[in-house]
Design a protein around this ligand. Structure first.
Ligand SMILES: NC(=O)c1ccc[n+]([C@@H]2O[C@H](COP(=O)([O-])OP(=O)(O)OC[C@H]3O[C@@H](n4cnc5c(N)ncnc54)[C@H](O)[C@@H]3O)[C@@H](O)[C@H]2O)c1
Length: 414
């Protein structure tokens, strides 16, 4: 028995047979073992994550699965010799893959998440954790039962700014918080649509596993525009609330240790990007939390003057966090976090600027795959943030204020 297999056997015995039958264990790694990684979905974000994981010491990229041949070719250029598949299940059949990165479209996250757990892999899954509330419940239950390491691609959870905010709040410097305001704004040149991507000429039915992309959505002839621009349509996407609000609400929920919201309201519409998309480009969300806190989030695609950020408003102090005129996806580095005392309640308090360095979110996951410690963005914050954003979207789509109970009772609609 090799060291690696023996450690796997001992851990397996300790886990007990019941959990083990439902969620087979592949191997358990030691601190110096190489982590063998697979990837599902290697498009825009997936290729960024591929670069990130290749920078982590002592990992091996073994295989990747993507339904579109162009993406498999691109990944093979990045990692010569890698095995590629057009069906994620073939990748999951590889027994000695320890951990899987999932960067597929939102409507396929839950399938990839659950199948990966069932084949005994640890997971890094892009946000939002799932497309719907029932799927979020299922993934939380499965992850908890499996004992696998799950990191959600909510990289702000690894930020130094979150540590600064938590410290200031825990030290009592902010006092009682009843309101948080947050926003995210972008703009595009006249004549261009935010998020709209050109369809490559090789995006044809021959080069795509179209039924795997549809993933249970009503069958129809191959539609390359929807494949490439899945973000614009409800059956595959949750719009900007699942794309971007989720990062900010997870950050706010973690900073203030917020439970699930009790109610949500969301107004807005397709006001600036009239290109046939279904998901709104202009949004105002209000979330009520049980502990006397209201969180607002607003977003536009036709003005980016105020960038994105959050203001935590407390009786004893204010936390301002954000990026100036920036786009979190393009990685501009003008992030700030500052604290200001409310002189009425903290007359001796002084203004502070946060300086805690960020952690590498991907390296944190790989480290936890080895150590079995809880990563910075575990399934539980993936779950809470998913429920919050889905409540907002349900309020928008049902055109009414939606409580948590109502949100849980709705049947997800394509
Ligand atoms: N954390 C972040 O900051 C961040 C940033 C951007 C995107 N994302 C997330 O990453 C995910 C992917 O976004 P993207 O912009 O890369 O989309 P994309 O369309 O560029 O990439 C998705 C890839 O998945 C493939 N795919 C589709 N269905 C598949 C299936 N059933 N099995 C395997 N592969 C499949 C597609 O061919 C494509 O290559 C989304 O969930 C998005 O929200 C996160």
């Amino acid at each position: 028995m090799t060291g690696r297999t023996r450690r796997g056997f001992l851990k397996q015995a300790a886990l007990g047979t019941a959990a083990f039958l439902a969620y087979p264990h592949s191997t358990v790694l030691g601190a110096n073992d190489r982590v063998r990684v697979g990837m599902i979905g290697v498009g825009n974000r997936g290729q960024d994550l591929l670069e990130e994981v290749l920078e982590v010491p002592n990992i091996q990229l073994v295989a990747m699965a993507d339904i579109y041949s162009r993406r498999r070719d691109e990944a093979r250029k990045q990692v010569p010799g890698i095995q590629t598949f057009d069906d994620h299940r073939r990748l999951l059949d590889i027994k000695d893959i320890d951990a899987v990165i999932i960067a597929s479209p939102l409507h396929t996250h839950a399938r990839h998440f659950l199948d990966s757990l069932a084949s005994g892999k640890d997971i890094y899954s892009e946000k939002t954790m799932t497309w719907s509330i029932p799927e979020a419940e299922q993934c939380l239950a499965a992850a908890t039962q499996s004992g696998r390491i799950v990191q959600i691609g909510l990289q702000w959870e690894s930020s130094g700014a979150l540590r600064d905010a938590r410290n200031w709040i825990k030290n009592g410097m902010v006092g009682k918080v009843t309101q948080v305001e947050s926003w995210m704004s972008r703009n595009t040149r006249h004549g261009e649509g935010q998020w709209v991507r050109p369809v490559p000429s090789d995006c044809t039915a021959q080069n795509v596993n179209w039924s795997a992309f549809l993933n249970g959505r009503p069958d129809r002839p191959f539609d390359p525009y929807r494949l490439i621009n899945w973000r614009l349509f409800w059956e595959f996407s949750g719009g900007n609330v699942t794309e971007n609000m989720v990062h900010q609400i997870a950050w706010i929920m973690s900073a203030l240790e917020l439970p699930l919201p009790t109610a949500a309201f969301m107004s807005g519409g397709v006001f600036s990007e009239k290109d046939g998309r279904e998901v709104p480009d202009t949004i105002a969300v209000t979330l009520d939390f049980p502990n006397d806190i209201v969180v607002t989030w607003q977003s536009t695609f036709s003005n980016k003057h105020f960038g994105l950020g959050e203001h935590i408003l407390g009786s004893d102090g204010t936390i301002e966090h954000g990026w100036g005129e920036s786009d979190m996806v393009n990685g501009e580095e003008n992030e700030y976090i500052r604290y200001s005392p409310e002189k009425v309640n903290r007359p001796q308090g002084t203004a502070l600027t946060g300086k805690t360095p960020d952690q590498d979110h991907m390296a944190n996951w790989i480290e936890c795959v080895r150590s079995r410690k809880t990563p910075n963005a575990p399934v539980e914050i993936g779950y809470r943030s998913a429920i919050a954003v889905h409540m907002a979207n349900l309020a928008y789509r049902h055109k009414q204020r939606v409580t948590l109970e109502m949100a849980r009772s709705f049947t997800p609609e394509f």
